[in-house]
Design a binder for this molecule. Structure first.
Ligand code: MG
Length: 179
């Protein structure tokens, strides 16, 4: 593949990600970098943030760089209990290294419980900060599974993410100022 940036100008790449974790013992879940009090926790090597894991996979997918398991193996003690925002920040660095820019990301959290709505704005802000984009480039929505299946029985939670990258013009890249 040709890595000359001129050849990629105007190119776009789309990526998709999905993650699921089972509930276990605990008193909170972490979603989009937001700690949400809950009657259960999430079984995971890291903090089990399905939203950020799905988003990382979408970013890696768009760049054809494999998946989150390759970049942050759960056999690696460095990632035990890790804040998944570190994963997302690492993915942002890869996006920048390769000359890509995030156009937008859209996430759907699938969880019967806990309620996600009150935390959506903060999740969007966390993600926008970590990716260096405006908050209006990031959407987070949530749906229950209408009590169907494992997710509907509240055995775990999941997230789908899709992201669009473009190459070239980085003039619209924003920093951590939230503007
Ligand atoms: Mg995961």
């Amino acid at each position: 593949d040709n890595h000359d940036s001129k050849t990629k100008d105007g190119r776009m790449r789309v990526g998709i990600g999905y993650d699921v974790h089972a509930y276990g013992d605990g008193d909170h879940v972490t979603l989009g970098g937001v700690r949400i009090a809950h009657t259960r926790g999430v079984i995971a090597h890291s903090d089990g943030d399905v939203a950020l894991h799905a988003l990382c996979d979408a970013l890696l997918g768009a760049m054809a760089l494999g998946d989150i398991g390759e970049h942050f193996p759960d056999s690696d003690p460095r990632w035990k209990g890790a804040d998944s925002r570190r994963f997302l920040q690492h993915c942002r660095a890869l996006v920048q290294e390769q000359g890509w820019r995030v156009v937008n990301a859209d996430l759907t959290i699938l969880a019967q419980v806990p309620r996600v709505g009150p935390h959506r704005l903060l999740m969007r802000q966390n993600i926008a900060d970590d990716l260096g984009v405006r908050i209006d480039c990031i959407n987070v929505k949530a749906t229950t599974s209408e009590e169907l299946g494992a997710l509907g029985r509240g055995e775990g939670l999941a997230c789908q993410a899709i992201v669009l990258l473009t190459h070239g013009d980085n003039a619209h890249q924003h920093g951590h100022d939230g503007h």
